[in-house]
Design a protein around this ligand. Structure first.
Ligand code: HEM
Length: 187
């Protein structure tokens, strides 16, 4: 997995929990590189999972919540790092429909060793989008966080319903997204 994912995680841990916690997590995770990541390097995704599990233990915050919050933060980092990829995409659904066929394809051109997940998208109507996530890395919580980060980027309110698919190993998940109107009637 590309280093930008790791550097974003490390920056967020330091920002939210402090340097001491970050150092504690890195030393407990017994990482081969001692937590030294570069944005363009490639590392085993199990190192990220290990750090999340340790942070969850030390902070008493469920790993799922940590990973979703990380995904939301990550969208902000990715959108700032690759602004060209967002050009012409004017809403969260428009962007999300382009993750598989455009954004992650461009990522692969930049980094042929990247392994992004795949998504099958189906627009049900103006307010509903179905995304089926497939990845042997089973990072549905990251996906959910990225979806919410994308909605926040466009100041849109999107409700996410999630359903694991059989076999329940996290490799395939269905996300049903519903666009809620932000303003209440008569406001
Ligand atoms: C500006 C937009 C985006 C960029 C530039 C981007 C780029 C990337 C990159 C570089 C990776 C790491 C792949 C690797 O190194 O193996 C990645 C992974 C991932 N991306 Fe995206 N991405 C974007 C938006 C999204 C969105 C909106 C979603 C959710 C619908 C998404 C879902 C994921 C997931 C879940 C992973 C983790 C790997 C996995 O599940 O197998 N991405 N993306």
């Amino acid at each position: 997995m590309k280093g930008i994912i790791f550097t974003s995680f490390i920056d967020l841990v330091e920002e939210k929990f402090g340097l001491e916690m970050l150092e504690d997590v890195i030393s407990s995770a017994k990482l081969p590189n001692n937590g030294a990541y570069t944005a363009v390097g490639t590392y085993d995704h199990s190192q990220l999972i290990e750090m999340v599990m340790i942070l969850s233990e030390k902070s008493a915050i469920p790993a799922t919540d940590l990973v979703k919050a990380f995904g939301e933060h990550l969208f902000g980092v990715l959108s700032k790092t690759y602004p060209d990829l967002l050009e012409g995409l004017d809403s969260a659904f428009e962007l999300l429909e382009n993750v598989d066929g455009f954004i992650h394809i461009e990522v692969l051109k930049l980094y042929p060793d990247a392994k992004p997940p795949s998504f099958d998208c189906r627009r049900i109507d103006d307010n509903q989008l179905e995304m089926i996530y497939h990845s042997p890395r089973g990072m549905g919580d990251v996906a959910e966080g990225l979806i919410l980060g994308c909605a926040a980027y466009y100041s849109q309110n999107i409700e996410v319903q999630r359903e694991k698919k059989e076999p329940d190993n996290g490799e395939t998940e269905r996300f049903l997204l519903t666009l809620r109107s932000g303003a209440k009637p008569n406001e």
